[in-house]
Design a protein around this ligand. Structure first.
Ligand code: GAP
Length: 516
């Protein structure tokens, strides 16, 4: 089945099983805005906990804050968002569709990369174990031609972006014969800049309302609180401030489900360091963040760094951690060395000193900052799409069946165990309820007594519940139950008293944090 069809099935699975609903669906939804359902919110909270604990619990020099979404409007002047938080837009005159010009170019490059990958896959199949990918990349003419095209486009693209040359960006689209995916034509308008911030009015008009913005990133709430936290927490450099919160961007190209949303959530950490040490810390945080992702067990090969060709004017190093989504390698997290730009800008615009007194050096200075910034929703999409599988299951009578399963890492799964009485009589439901009464302080438990056991297993597989506990007549005799594991589908008999230890050993977030 084509990847696109698979992705569509996966999106409907998220809705059918209470993970994600389109916002205000009864009114036909609101573009690029989504609601999280009863399981979605649990998974999202678990992802946030994994991030928060890895930052705030495991590092004695990182503390958290929760700043307001509204900020003084000058914040966004100082940060550069009022003047420079723009996307380059282009319209196709035939389809009347609007695109981000940079995305059209990036997708064109991705298509050429896809050609290279296909050549390599074909050669791998032809040469088997003797295949030398490095040598093949260096010598195969088709691959060399493709790579030349990529380097050419990348070079021109970086130059155009660096010079903010909108005409040159349009020329790349024209020269590479990039067509509108809807009309199939190359009838393009000029490229224009579009500011991504949402604004609204604060205060009533009679009092004189002022224009405020919905924050487009959480980071500025950390920068403006830098000295509050440093002084009240008696923090010494290097130290970090972490925050999780909503951000808003009026995205033009809002596609691929929750990948690019207009209202989303970020988990950001600004790490304040002594000037001159920032590139060492940048390397350190690259390493730490990649480990955080890879510890989830979705396969190290599915992650890569993408170092930025074009650096923002305030950065002296930047990279993205990309994950191989069903629609290709895409950014999940950004790690940026933002120099002292933001603190200096706030110092200038507010007229308040944003300096740190370094007791070892005996001098004051504006610290440099390494930022790690990850989207909660994009991480959610990464986790759930990586976990989604449709697989054939052999039955005892030799026939087979299909099951859809979410192989979520156990510690992130919304429901940890489902407790199922085999029948709704003979005291079995009461035993099931007692087990839940005992375990619900430690785990999110679900009671399920409808349909056959097979159907109930399938339902829990589709939600991603790692354990199913079945109570049967033998339980009445020896206080034992069957515990069935989601991934292996293996069932074993254990005493009810053992359940808590067996389950916590697998689902505790502690195990994950210990791997970091
Ligand atoms: N403070 C730096 C910053 O905001 P960014 O690269 O613009 O950097 C960081 O965003 C992360 O936030 C991205 O890697 C992505 O995971 C997430 N993100 C950004 N825009 C998003 C959107 N429209 N929808 C969902 N997630 C988004």
């Amino acid at each position: 089945m084509a990847q696109e069809d698979n992705f569509k099935k996966f999106v409907s699975h998220c809705k059918e099983y209470g993970y994600i609903f389109p916002s205000s669906e009864i009114y036909d939804g609101l573009s690029a805005v989504y609601d999280y359902g009863q399981y979605g919110v649990e998974l999202k909270n678990n992802i946030k906990k994994y991030w928060w604990d890895s930052m705030v619990l495991l590092n004695s020099n990182i503390v958290g804050i929760d700043a307001a979404i509204f900020m003084h409007p000058t914040t966004w002047k100082a940060s550069g968002h009022v003047d420079a938080f723009n996307d380059p837009l282009i319209d196709n005159k035939d389809s009347k569709k609007r695109y981000r010009a940079d995305v059209l170019i990036e997708e064109h490059i991705a298509k050429i990369e896809e050609k290279i990958n296909r050549e390599i896959e074909k050669a791998k199949a032809r040469f088997g174990a003797t295949f030398d990918e490095k040598k093949f990349r260096e010598t195969n003419q088709r691959i060399l031609d493709c790579q030349l095209k990529i380097d050419d486009v990348n070079g021109k693209f970086a130059e155009a972006l660096n010079n903010s040359d909108l005409q040159a960006i349009r020329q790349i689209i024209v020269d590479n014969e990039i067509v509108c995916p809807i009309s199939g034509t190359r009838n393009w308008t000029d490229v224009r800049q579009f500011n991504l911030m949402f604004s609204t009015e604060m205060g009533s008009t009679s009092e004189g309302a002022s224009k405020v913005y919905l924050r487009p990133e959480t980071a500025q709430g950390i920068f403006v609180n830098f000295l509050n936290v440093q002084k009240t927490g008696r923090m010494k450099l290097p130290f970090g401030i972490a925050q999780i919160g909503k951000a808003f961007r009026n995205e033009i190209v809002a596609r691929q489900f929750i990948f690019r949303m207009r209202e989303f959530e970020q988990m950001e950490m600004q790490f304040f360091v002594r000037p001159g040490t920032e590139l060492d810390w940048f390397r350190e945080w690259k390493h730490k963040r990649m480990k955080w992702h890879q510890s989830l067990g979705f396969g190290s090969d599915n992650y890569r760094f993408h170092d930025h060709v074009k650096l923002a004017h305030y950065a002296n190093a930047a990279t993205d951690i990309e994950y191989k989504f069903p629609f290709g390698f895409k950014e999940v997290e950004g790690i940026h060395s933002r120099t002292d730009y933001d603190l200096k800008q706030h110092q200038e615009y507010s007229g308040k000193k944003m300096q740190y007194f370094d007791p070892e050096k005996g001098e004051s200075y504006v610290p440099y900052v390494i930022e790690t910034s990850i989207g909660v929703d994009r991480m959610f999409l990464q986790v759930i799409s990586a976990s989604y599988a449709e697989e054939e299951v052999k039955k005892e009578d030799g026939t087979s069946d299909m099951r859809t399963v979410l192989r979520l890492p156990e510690c992130l799964a919304p429901v940890k165990l489902a407790v199922m009485p085999l029948v709704r009589k003979d005291g079995l439901p009461e035993i099931a309820e007692n087990i839940i009464r005992d375990l619900r302080f430690d785990f999110n438990c679900q009671y399920d007594d409808k349909d056959s056991i097979g159907k109930r297993y399938r339902r829990q597989d589709a939600i991603g519940t790692p354990f199913c506990i079945t109570i049967d007549h033998q339980t009445l005799e020896d206080d034992s139950v069957t515990i069935r594991r989601r991934d292996s589908m293996i069932q074993e008999r254990v005493k009810t008293g053992q359940l808590k230890d067996i389950i916590s050993e697998k689902v505790s977030i502690r195990n994950l944090l210990k791997r970091l």
